[in-house]
Design a protein around this ligand. Structure first.
Ligand SMILES: Cc1cc2nc3c(=O)[nH]c(=O)nc-3n(C[C@H](O)[C@H](O)[C@H](O)COP(=O)(O)OP(=O)(O)OC[C@H]3O[C@@H](n4cnc5c(N)ncnc54)[C@H](O)[C@@H]3O)c2cc1C
Length: 397
């Protein structure tokens, strides 16, 4: 059998969108993943992921999401399914937005307007009227952007994978890449833990948190961190159902807390923390939410959504980010090893880019570049590099 032009290792959102894009461009493509797709431990496998344009002063990411949102609508139409729910996003803050204390929110607000969008300022009365679930003594300002929402991420990956199969892309479940076989400095095949060997013209590693373990040159530039996720069963679900509520961030750059309205299928409220997380090994370390995490979560609820503070937590998960040291994606060919491309480095904010990711990674694998390629190129980051994604809560020393 003729080897495929491209073999993709990992069928999360980075891998499956790349497979579809390369197929669209006329290449033969295969993709492999352990166990099943969507994989239960993959970062992409979840009930919901935020889709927001708000990136503070970073207008490039804002532009990327603006384009991605058109893609989310196109997928909803293409698959005749609401995979992306455009319920809007509430950015709530504890000090006046223009007081200098909330640069991420304030700069996002300014940049949205510069791009022609119409975010609605939520002064204290408006916040209290429209979203009474917030504690209005603690949250005094913010804005609502209707061009935002959440994607049902696990269902997105399942839908795209089914579509890939229908198009004739070879989808190999139950295959765990273990070794990149090289000849004359080029990758020619992948050996799996299950004893198979998959030859290919070019290999693309989209293995999420496992990426630096398959390509060890990346270990100085990437870290795997685990982040707590909570599902609450609300006593008053109507109050958290759109339009009474939406995706929210609660002083996120200073607290890490963000979450979702009542889930249309699961009937729970998901809240998580976009903070430093715990450094973990993807295979050796336990992924559990601790009592300390839960106590912090309850304290957050008491200060932010008093009506939820005693409601039952029905599920918890510690989910893994593949962090680059600067927090930007890693999409480029390997500088020394031929026929090898990396598509990873989501750093806790990659899923929303789904509709534009495949083209970015496919372009890199073909040796080309496009509008946003430069910042994701292979780069040498020193150990003291700090995260630059402005919504991310980073504890100060
Ligand atoms: C708690 C949490 C909340 C998040 N919230 C958001 C959000 O609200 N908005 C947002 O935009 N982003 C969010 N993110 C980030 C987003 O989920 C990730 O950036 C994105 O899903 C990463 O996709 P991926 O395809 O790189 O990795 P993954 O989804 O992890 O996929 C990697 C795939 O590779 C497979 N794999 C691993 N090892 C091997 C191997 N050896 N051989 C073959 N296959 C392998 C895995 O099984 C998996 O299927 C969040 C992440 C977490 C953890």
């Amino acid at each position: 059998m003729t080897p495929p032009d491209f073999l993709i290792v990992g069928a999360g959102i980075y891998g499956i969108t790349t497979a579809l894009e390369l197929h669209e461009q006329g290449h033969s493509v295969a993709i492999l993943n352990p166990d099943q797709i969507p994989h239960p431990l993959a970062a992409s496998t979840d009930v919901s992921k935020v889709v927001r344009m708000e990136y503070g002063s970073d207008v490039e990411y804002m532009a990327m999401v603006d384009e991605a949102i058109d893609g989310w609508h196109a997928w909803n139409d293409q698959f005749n399914d609401t995979l992306y729910h455009e319920v809007g996003v509430i950015l709530a803050v504890r000090q006046p937005m223009d007081s200098g204390a909330n640069t991420w929110e304030w700069e996002s607000y300014q940049n949205l307007q510069k791009r022609g969008h119409k975010p609605e300022r939520l002064y204290p009365e408006a916040l209290a009227d429209r979203y009474p679930v917030f504690d209005h003594h603690n949250y005094v300002d913010g804005f609502y952007n209707p061009r935002a929402g959440f994607a049902e991420s696990g269902r997105v990956v399942a839908t795209l994978t089914d579509h890939a199969r229908q198009l004739g892309i070879a989808v190999h479940e139950g295959q765990t890449a273990e070794e990149l076989v090289q000849e004359d400095g080029k990758v020619i095949a992948v050996k799996t833990r299950e004893g198979e060997t998959f030859a290919a013209g070019h290999v693309i590693i989209c293995a999420g948190a496992h990426t630096p373990y398959l390509v060890s040159d990346l270990q100085p530039f990437m870290r795997v961190t685990g982040h707590p996720v909570f599902h609450i069963n609300p006593g008053n679900p109507q109050a958290f159902t759109p339009p009474n509520f939406a995706v929210f961030t609660a002083d996120v750059s200073k607290s890490g807390w963000y979450g979702f309205p009542l889930h249309p299928r699961e009937k729970i409220i998901k809240i998580a923390n976009h903070g430093p997380g715990l450094q973990l090994h993807p295979e050796h370390d336990e992924r559990v939410v601790t009592d300390v995490d839960e106590a912090r979560f309850r304290a957050f609820l008491a200060e932010t959504f008093p009506s939820l503070r005693h409601d039952p937590i029905v599920y918890t998960r510690r989910c893994l980010y593949i962090d680059t040291l600067d927090g930007h994606f890693w999409i480029d060919q390997h500088p020394e090893i031929g026929n090898l491309t990396i598509g990873s480095g989501g750093s806790g904010h990659g899923f929303k880019m789904g509709p534009v990711l495949g083209r970015l990674i496919a372009t890199a694998a073909e040796g080309g570049s496009q509008r946003w390629s430069e910042r994701f190129r292979w780069r040498h980051l020193s150990e003291d590099t700090t995260l630059e994604e402005e919504a991310r809560f980073v504890e100060s020393d």
